[in-house]
Design a protein around this ligand. Structure first.
Ligand SMILES: NC(=O)c1ccc[n+]([C@@H]2O[C@H](COP(=O)([O-])OP(=O)(O)OC[C@H]3O[C@@H](n4cnc5c(N)ncnc54)[C@H](OP(=O)(O)O)[C@@H]3O)[C@@H](O)[C@H]2O)c1
Length: 306
């Protein structure tokens, strides 16, 4: 059977990348991951800069990035630099390889985050809203997105997905929260009133796949579910799905102490983000509401096979 194409994924070994690989392989794509570690169907960042894109690459995706919310890592200047470089420099390396390729891929889909928008309890953010300033995370998102912009004359379609918190039992925030909720220690973070932009990992992956496959999709897309909720609503729903109480709040001072103010902002404040473009182009969310997402995640968290 003829292959659908070859997708090169920077940082494709992580939580979102592993799920994206599965979905693409099911759709008969070949996948190569750019990784710091060797392995099958992998190349290194050094290989990429030396030899360019693998022959036959039809789409490029970037998901690389040092985990910002690693509680074991102190928010030192060195770690901040790592967080920045692992996103901006990897994106620049992929952009450069695309521009230098003799036969260019059709599309470059790059990840960004809703941290681009300034936290607010009132503003509604669409893709047309401005952002990219005011705190470290917003400025990082701006630099990350600029690194992904290719000149129009390259002929390569550019898509940037500004994701909310990606929820799935295989990784990310849910994997970290699961033991806490399981032991009955879950609850809202800070006041709990802050908005909690979110997307189920399968919808996130489907959005990337949609962006790869549809020539009409370009520019920034908010990668968030249409159901707008607060942090307290998320905790309540996840606790209910796990059959656990979710009354134990994580106080603001504790978040500030563990993570430092630059990172604490990501948990203590939020943005009301709507997926205007995804809905406009008819994207169908498999998990449009937080209840549906929590139902899928909670009881199956014990399963090892996924
Ligand atoms: N998960 C979320 O809720 C969420 C929300 C919004 C945006 N995002 C962004 O989406 C991207 C993927 O998220 P994810 O949850 O899949 O992350 P993840 O599981 O932490 O995986 C990211 C991958 O990036 C690579 N990486 C880590 N540190 C690196 C470094 N210092 N230099 C170069 N590469 C490095 C790793 O690949 P190797 O070890 O193979 O090199 C890792 O597998 C990240 O950039 C993240 O910031 C995630």
């Amino acid at each position: 059977m003829q292959k659908s194409g070859l997708v090169l994924i920077g940082g494709g070994s992580g939580f979102i990348g592993t799920q994206l690989q599965k979905t693409l392989r099911k759709k008969n794509y070949d996948v190569i991951v750019v990784s710091r570690k060797p392995g099958n169907h992998r190349i290194s960042w050094g290989d990429l800069s030396k030899s360019g894109l693998p022959k036959g690459t039809t789409a490029v995706v970037n998901l690389a990035g040092q985990n910002v919310l690693d509680p074991m890592r102190r928010w030192s200047p060195g770690f901040k630099q790592n967080v920045w470089a692992s996103r901006v420099n990897t994106t620049k390396s992929l952009s450069k390889a695309i521009l230098e390729a003799e036969k260019k891929p059709k599309v470059f889909v790059s990840q960004s985050g809703v941290g681009f928008y300034p936290p607010s309890e009132t503003t509604v953010y669409t893709e047309a809203s401005s952002g990219g300033s005011g705190n470290f995370i917003a400025e990082l998102a701006k630099d990350w997105e600029s690194a992904a912009q290719l000149p129009p004359e390259s002929g390569v379609r550019n898509v940037i997905i500004r994701s909310g918190v990606v929820l799935g039992r295989q990784g990310g925030m849910i994997k970290q929260l699961y033991p806490v909720f399981y032991l009955g220690g879950g609850g809202p973070i800070g006041s709990g009133r802050q908005y909690f932009p979110w997307i189920h990992v399968q919808d996130c992956v489907n959005l990337f796949t949609h962006a790869i496959e549809n020539d009409k999709v370009s520019g920034v897309i908010n990668g968030v579910a249409p159901h707008i909720i607060t942090n307290a609503e998320f905790s309540k729903c996840f606790g209910r799905a796990m059959w656990r109480p979710a009354f134990v709040p994580l106080p603001e001072f504790a978040v500030n102490t563990i993570f430092g103010p630059d990172r604490a902002i990501m948990m203590l404040e939020g943005q009301k983000v709507v997926p205007e473009k995804a809905l406009e182009f008819g994207f169908e969310f498999k998990f449009p509401t937080i209840d549906k997402a929590c139902e899928e995640m909670a009881p199956l968290l014990h399963r090892e096979s996924d």
